[in-house]
Structures are given as C-alpha cells and as structure tokens.
Design a protein around this ligand. Structure first.
Ligand code: PHE
Ligand code: CA
Ligand code: ZN
Ligand code: ZN
Ligand code: ZN
Length: 276
C-alpha cells in the first residue's frame, strides 16, 4: 500500500475548518456546513473516478446526507467498505471528531484511484450524516441496502483518529479485522490496546447489529490517558485523549499530526490487504 501524505490529509482538514467557519462554526446535521462538507468530498471523489451517490434521510425535521463512493470493479458479493461520519456536533467544527476520519478515508480513496488499484474485492467508501444524534445516517444506510448487508465482507470505521493526546486503539469486534491492524502497528513497534471507550458508540454499531464483520481505529475521546499509556505512547498522563471533544476548540489545531499520519497509513494498508 502507498504511504498517504499527511499534508494532504491536513489540507482537507483545513478545508473542513473553512466550511465550518463559513457556516456558523459547525458542520452539524440540519445545518448548512454538513451539506457543504458532503459537496466538498463528492467533488474530489468524482474527479478521481469514483461512482458517487448522495443518499438523503430525515431526522429531527431536517434532511441529512450520506455520501457513498464506489470504486468500479471487483467482486461486489465481497465488498470491503470503509466509513466515517462527516457531521459535527452543533457546538464546534468537529475537526478531530470527525474531520479526521473523513479526511483519512478520503485520502486513502484518492490513493486507490491514483495507483489504479484493481482489487479482487469491490471497494466502497462512505461518509455518514447525523452520527451525533445516534448513528442515524449509518442506520438509514444499512436499512436501505437490506439483504445486501450480506455482501459486505468487512466494514471498517474511523471516528477520531488524530486526537491531540493520542492513544492507539484497535476495535476488537472481529478477530480477523483486529489482527490486520494489530499486526501492522506491531511491525512499526507501536503499542496498541483494544478499543473499549467506543463500543456501540459509532457507525460500526449499525453494521455490527446487521451481522457485518466490523473493525476500525480510534485515538481516544474524553477518557484520560494513564501513566502506563503515556509511557507507551508519549503525551500527557492524567489528561483526556481529546480535551476538546465535542467543544468549540475541536478545530484544525486539535490534531496530533503523527497519530493522523500513522492511522491514515494503517487504513491504506488494511484496504490494500483486505481487498486483494
Ligand atoms: N462516536 C463518538 C462521537 O462521535 C466518538 C467515539 C468514537 C467515541 C469512537 C468512542 C469511540 O462522539
Ligand atoms: Ca503517511
Ligand atoms: Zn462526536
Ligand atoms: Zn465521532
Ligand atoms: Zn471494543
């Protein structure tokens, strides 16, 4: 798999920050910054040769949007899928939560295009709306595809992958998918822990509930880093992984570049390996 240039990921985060700035400081469900974020991502994916769809749903009296991007080719009965929620909370621009996952999978998708990848399995990327009101966008997507959930070979979720005081957590929901990430980090001598803070709390839950094998990465939200974790990962013990979680200070400055870089490279490695 290629090395993903973290500068490109950060440039995308700057774009999402600008979108929030131009739209009342957030990118939340029912607010103009949410749709503007979808349009920004769609433009890049269309240009790269993805087949994109914007799917609408309704919640709390407002329209929400999911963006689905298919890379043409590969066995669709064994689809490998990566997803991230693109909405923020009302109180801030949501750059770590979840510009980070949104930009991370965008750059991996663009790398698929750039390298002209011809995977054996079909590849699909998705950006879900309204995760923050209870995974509404991903639930709407899973409901819409119905029995086609059986064709999803793996769903990988990325929600908060650039936390400023980062941890390296691997979802433990499926042993095969957990191992793909664990082995990649181990080869780089980066310690990982099983993800437990987020169980049932992001879009992977919608897929898991429908019987799909799920995996993913997470760098921590409002839990505090322990002494032991600070020894393994650096950063500050006794402080939250993301002290700006769900706050107005979750801006483009609220990102650890090394965590963002490492996690995006890990996503690329997993996508290349799982789709081959
Ligand atoms: N889903 C949570 C949110 O968006 C964040 C989160 C992700 C928490 C993963 C734990 C694990 O607010
Ligand atoms: Ca990189
Ligand atoms: Zn959130
Ligand atoms: Zn989130
Ligand atoms: Zn878990």
């Amino acid at each position: 798999a290629p090395d993903i240039d973290v500068k490109a990921v950060k440039a995308d985060l700057d774009q999402l920050q600008s979108i929030a700035d131009a739209n009342g400081g957030n990118r939340a469900h029912g607010k103009p910054g949410h749709k503007a974020s979808i349009d920004f991502l769609k433009g890049k994916l269309d240009q790269a040769g993805f087949k994109t769809q914007v799917q609408e749903f309704d919640n709390n009296g407002a329209t929400g949007y999911n963006l689905v991007a298919d890379w043409p080719g590969g066995d669709e009965s064994k689809t490998v899928m990566a997803g991230a929620h693109v909405d923020s909370v009302d109180t801030g621009p949501g750059i770590n939560d979840n510009g980070s996952g949104s930009a991370g999978i965008l750059e991996v998708a663009l790398a698929v295009s750039k390298s002209g990848l011809k995977p054996a399995k079909h590849l699909r990327f998705a950006w879900f709306g309204d995760e923050e009101d209870g995974m509404v966008g991903s639930q709407s997507y899973v409901k819409k595809i119905g029995a086609d959930t059986k064709k999803i070979d793996a769903y990988l979720n990325f929600d908060m992958i650039g936390s400023p005081n980062p941890g390296y957590f691997v979802y433990d929901d499926d042993a095969r998918l957990e191992k793909v990430f664990k082995d990649w980090f181990a080869a780089k001598n980066i310690a990982t822990e099983k993800e437990t803070e987020g169980d049932g709390r992001s879009d992977h839950a919608s897929f898991k509930d429908a019987g799909v094998a799920v995996g993913g990465l997470f760098s921590g939200a409002d839990y505090k880093k322990t002494e032991e974790q600070a020894k393994n990962w650096g950063g500050e013990a006794g402080k939250a992984f993301d002290a700006c979680y769900h706050q107005s200070c979750d801006t483009s400055k609220n990102i650890d570049e090394k965590a963002l870089d490492t996690n995006t490279d890990a996503i690329a490695a997993a996508i290349w390996q799982l789709s081959s």
